[in-house]
Each structure stands twice: as structure tokens, then as C-alpha cells.
Design a protein around this ligand. Structure first.
Ligand SMILES: NC(=O)c1ccc[n+]([C@@H]2O[C@H](COP(=O)([O-])OP(=O)(O)OC[C@H]3O[C@@H](n4cnc5c(N)ncnc54)[C@H](O)[C@@H]3O)[C@@H](O)[C@H]2O)c1
Length: 384
């Protein structure tokens, strides 16, 4: 028997019961649900990561939909229970859904939502911040200052890497990878090399046009190259940022052998998912190569770091905050709520999950559609 968990209830007399496994930023998402006859129950348990048992208890006997988090294991157990409780929809409050067994959701006819687009720029900005922090040794220098060690300017003090004119490597040039590439190209005039399974035509066209603009202004133009293998990116780039989805093809994409082919003074950034890097191999590489630096937002066994990583001065580490801007987090909550609401109401699926702005305008009623359902095709759901 699952134990009870503490909850906060909005609109107790609502017809549809929607559960959120965490309090989420903003209040618009709650209002959008309660305005449409939903009773909203928000789990207020203090523990950070809810177990499957906790979530079973939240689902209970009647539940129309759940908004959940990337730290939760959504598989056979939870989807079968949600189905039994009359549920129709689950939405992650995240764009990635490697914590969800979509096949299990399909089996029970549950729609799985995610929140693309709204976190693209915010996540790319964090990857850019980590790139700068690692290349200019900001965290090391900050710690040095606070420790009272600064006793005057020195020619060798915290010398790092110049970005201008260097090459930025992007692995996974989708929404976030492309936005990050643009920031580094526009901001620091870096040249681009990228690797993706698909051609990033819009990004290529942008770099070409920007290069022509620079040339017309008498500046050194920027260039781009689509690499035919990931190894080419690792060999050539001075700063490499990882932005693929996490799946079987990208698990431990960066391993001991691939670290070994990177430049000795390269910067590696990961704001995708922790298991994309073999973290134990990375710790060894950082120990052997003090001029190699990393900026990490995500870790292989969150919330833990592999032994030794916390001691490495050449690593900048932050606790999975890439999407943590107020606008983005409130928007993620809105999209997740509208995914669940839309499926409960039988709305069609929004035709382009990359263009979700109309759901985020606080001053208008959102479209009667689910913004992004990843298994719409498998469930035979119609598009707007
Ligand atoms: N750290 C965070 O807080 C945070 C926030 C948002 C997203 N993310 C992660 O970022 C990922 C990317 O998000 P997005 O919105 O840009 O997704 P996206 O689908 O637009 O881009 C992912 C890209 O990865 C490419 N890809 C897939 N397999 C690959 C492989 N084997 N090698 C090279 N490229 C490959 C795809 O072709 C695609 O272009 C998400 O799946 C999520 O895991 C993390």
C-alpha cells in the first residue's frame, strides 16, 4: 500500500483531476487548468526526487492527467496505474524525455508531452556561460579572490583561452545546439564545425550570411563545416558543446578514446544529459590534462558526481540549471499543463512543436491544442 504524500489543492470541485508531482514556477499554468474545470493537486513533499511508490500514491484511484519531472521513472508501472485511474495524459516539464518509456505509454494509450522551444535560448545561454567560465577560468579566479590570495596583477595569473577566431564544435545541432552555435559565432566570431545526423541548413545559411556581412565590413569572415564524423569535430574544435538527445546512440558518446583525440587545451561543455559523457573517463582525463577544461550542467548519476570530479580545478560544475530562467520555467509549466489539458479535452495536436509562442502569450487565450505530444503518431492523434 503506497503511503500518502502531502498535496496542495486548487479548485477542489473541478471535474478533471490533474496532478503535478512538483510545485512549478508561476501561476498561469494553474489558472489555465482551473479555468477549464480541472481540480489541480500539487505535491508539496519536501524530498527532491519522488519514488515510483510516491507517484503511485499521488495518482490514486482517479486521475485524468499528470505533469511530472525528468527525475522520475515513467514506465510500465506508472503508466498502467495511470490508465487504471482513467488517465489520458502525462507531460514531462522538460524537452528531453529519456526518463519516459514511451512504448509503455503507447501500450496504455497515454499521451506523452514535452516542452520544446521555450527552453532553447535559456539553455543555450547557459552552455555559452559555461564555455566562457571554463575558457577564462572564472570560477577558479573567483575562489582565489575570496580566499584572499590576490596580492597584485601578474602576467601569468589565470591565463585562459581566447575565443575569437577559434573553432566552436557543436555535437547535436538541433534547436539548442544551433542557438548555442549562433551565440558563439555572433558573439565571439568563432568558426563552426558541427556533427549531427541531419543537415542544419538554417544554421549553415545563417553563418554564410553572417560571414558575408563581416567581410563587407572589412572584418575576418566566419566559416562553417558539417563534419562527416564526430571525431572530426573533436579533433578540430577548440570549444565543443554537446547538445544531442540522450538515447542508445549517444550514451557515453564522449569516452576515453574520444577524449584522447581532443586538443590538450580544448574546452568541453555539456548541458544535454549526463550519460552522454563517460564521467569516470572524464575525471581521469582532467587529471592527466590540467589545461583541458570542462563546463558541466549535467552528470551521469545525478545528483552525484563521480569520485574526484569535485576536486578538479579545471571543471566548472553547476546543478542542472540550464533551463532555469524565470520566463522559461514558467513557460515550461504552461506547455506541460496545456499538453495534459489538451488531451483531456480531446484537442488536436499543434502542428509544429518548434513554434509554440502562441501558447506563451500571457495576454491571450492559448490555442485549443496540445503544444507537443511525442507519441501523437503512435496513438493516431490528429494534428491541427
Ligand atoms: N541541461 C538542461 O537543463 C537541458 C535543457 C533542455 C534540453 N536539454 C537536453 O538537450 C537535448 C536537446 O534539446 P533540443 O531541444 O535541442 O532537441 P533537438 O531534438 O532539437 O536536437 C537534438 C539534436 O541531436 C541530434 N542527434 C540525435 N542523435 C545524435 C547522434 N547520435 N549524434 C549527433 N547528433 C544527434 C538530432 O538529430 C537533433 O538535431 C534534449 O533532448 C535534452 O536532453 C537539457
Amino acid at each position: 500500500m503506497a503511503k500518502p504524500v502531502s498535496i496542495e489543492v486548487w479548485n477542489p470541485s473541478g471535474k478533471y483531476r490533474v496532478v503535478s508531482t512538483k510545485p512549478m514556477p508561476g501561476t498561469r499554468w494553474i489558472r489555465l487548468l482551473t479555468d477549464q474545470d480541472c481540480r489541480v493537486e500539487i505535491c508539496t513533499e519536501k524530498k527532491t526526487i519522488l519514488s515510483v511508490e510516491d507517484i503511485l500514491s499521488l495518482i490514486g484511484n482517479k486521475c485524468d492527467g499528470v505533469i511530472g519531472q525528468l527525475t522520475e521513472d515513467w514506465g510500465e508501472v506508472l503508466f498502467s496505474m495511470l490508465r487504471r485511474a482513467g488517465g489520458k495524459a502525462f507531460s514531462n516539464m522538460a524537452v528531453g524525455y529519456n526518463n519516459v518509456v514511451v512504448g509503455a505509454a503507447n501500450k496504455y494509450g497515454i499521451a506523452v508531452g514535452n516542452t520544446p522551444g521555450v527552453l532553447t535560448e535559456t539553455t543555450a545561454e547557459l552552455a555559452a556561460s559555461l564555455s566562457l567560465a571554463a575558457s577564462r577560468r572564472i570560477v577558479e579566479a573567483d575562489q582565489f579572490m575570496r580566499a584572499g590570495l590576490y596580492d597584485g596583477w601578474l602576467p601569468h595569473l589565470f591565463v585562459g583561452n581566447l575565443l575569437k577566431g577559434q573553432t566552436v564544435g557543436v555535437i547535436g545541432a538541433g534547436r539548442i545546439g544551433s542557438a548555442y552555435a549562433r551565440m558563439m559565432i555572433e558573439g565571439f566570431k568563432m568558426n563552426l564545425i558541427y556533427y549531427d545526423l541531419y543537415q542544419a541548413t538554417r544554421l549553415e545559411n545563417f553563418v554564410t550570411a553572417y560571414g558575408e556581412f563581416l567581410k563587407a565590413n572589412g572584418e575576418q569572415p566566419v566559416t562553417w563545416k558539417r563534419a562527416s564524423s564526430m571525431e572530426d569535430v573533436l579533433r578540430e574544435a577548440d570549444v565543443i558543446s554537446l547538445h544531442p538527445v540522450l538515447d542508445k546512440t549517444t550514451y557515453h558518446l564522449i569516452n576515453k578514446e574520444r577524449l584522447a583525440i581532443m586538443k590538450k587545451e580544448a574546452i568541453l561543455v555539456n548541458a544535454s544529459r549526463g550519460p552522454v559523457i563517460d564521467e569516470a573517463a572524464l575525471v581521469e582525463h582532467l587529471k592527466q590534462n590540467p589545461m583541458f577544461r570542462v563546463g558541466l550542467d549535467v552528470f551521469e548519476d545525478e545528483p552525484f558526481m563521480k569520485p574526484g570530479l569535485a576536486d578538479m580545478k579545471n571543471a566548472v560544475v553547476v546543478p542542472h540549471i540550464a533551463s532555469a530562467s524565470k520566463w522559461t520555467r514558467e513557460g515550461m509549466a504552461t506547455l506541460a499543463a496545456l499538453n495534459v489539458l489538451g488531451k483531456i479535452k480531446g484537442y488536436p495536436i499543434w502542428s509544429d512543436p518548434n513554434r509554440i509562442e502562441s501558447f506563451l502569450d500571457e495576454n491571450s487565450v492559448p490555442p485549443a491544442a496540445c503544444p507537443s505530444i511525442v507519441n501523437a503518431k503512435e496513438l493516431g492523434l490528429s494534428k491541427l
